[in-house]
Design a binder for this molecule. Structure first.
Ligand code: HEC
Length: 207
């Protein structure tokens, strides 16, 4: 029950992050500031994972379609580049934005979960699946592109709920950039429209 309450608060935190710039969020909404609240019914792991996945995909889509594509259409002097840290007048790629966000959540002990965009054929080594269940999840998504994967695993003596969501080649830019990329290994598939290129993995501790 305690966990579920923290999850509700984490969701509030995420919504809060999204809304903060426009509306601001009421202060004191942390587990320690509200110790006497009556126990809430809580949210099931699957529902929590689906919800945070929806928020992260919405943000990624908005960045790709409203920022990256818009700059391109305007022939802007600022362009997205994988090497944005070293090049002038560039901004990060959507996948890099996504990874940097996931790293901040990973470092935040209050977040109550972790997530990452992974693939069995990653351009960035860091995005390789790291556990047997992650490999199983990515295999499942490749076989069943229209379904999500849900499972449980134990790592370092802790039990985790794991959800995985297919990441598909929805636009020509996806497969052309990946297929032509210098980091691709010999085993790299030739991605085509609607192929599952990887998956978003959400991991929630079950304590
Ligand atoms: C301009 C090139 C480019 C485009 C366009 C692009 N990607 Fe990527 N993608 C990358 C790079 C570079 C990474 C590694 C990012 C990082 O550092 O984590 C990446 C990472 C990924 C990953 C994680 C595994 C990996 O390869 O490291 C997936 C899955 C992925 N992209 C899918 C997609 C999909 C789906 C689209 C289209 C919606 C897309 N990409 C568009 C360059 C691109």
């Amino acid at each position: 029950m305690k966990f579920k309450k923290e999850i509700s608060l984490s969701i509030f935190g995420i919504l809060c992050l999204s809304l903060m710039t426009s509306f601001g969020c009421g202060g004191g909404a942390t587990a320690s500031a509200t110790p006497d609240l009556p126990a809430e019914p809580g949210i099931p792991f699957k529902q929590f994972a689906d919800a945070v996945h929806a928020v992260m995909m919405a943000d990624r889509t908005v960045y790709a379609s409203k920022v990256v594509t818009r700059l391109k259409k305007q022939d802007a002097s600022v362009t997205p580049s994988e090497y944005w840290e070293d090049e002038e007048h560039t901004i990060p790629l959507p996948a890099q934005m996504f990874r940097m966000g996931s790293e901040l959540v990973f470092d935040n002990p209050e977040a109550g979960f972790t997530y990452a965009l992974k693939s069995k054929w990653p351009l960035n080594e860091q995005n390789h699946p790291k556990s047997d269940l992650e490999v199983q999840a990515l295999d499942f998504l490749t076989e069943n592109p229209d379904e999500n994967f849900y499972g449980e695993e134990e790592l370092g003596g802790e039990k985790y709920f794991v959800a995985a969501y297919a990441d598909k080649a929805v636009a020509e830019a996806c497969w052309s950039c990946h297929n032509d990329h210098g980091n691709r290994e010999d085993s790299y598939p030739e991605f085509a429209k609607d192929d599952v290129m990887g998956g978003v993995i959400v991991r929630v501790p079950m304590k």
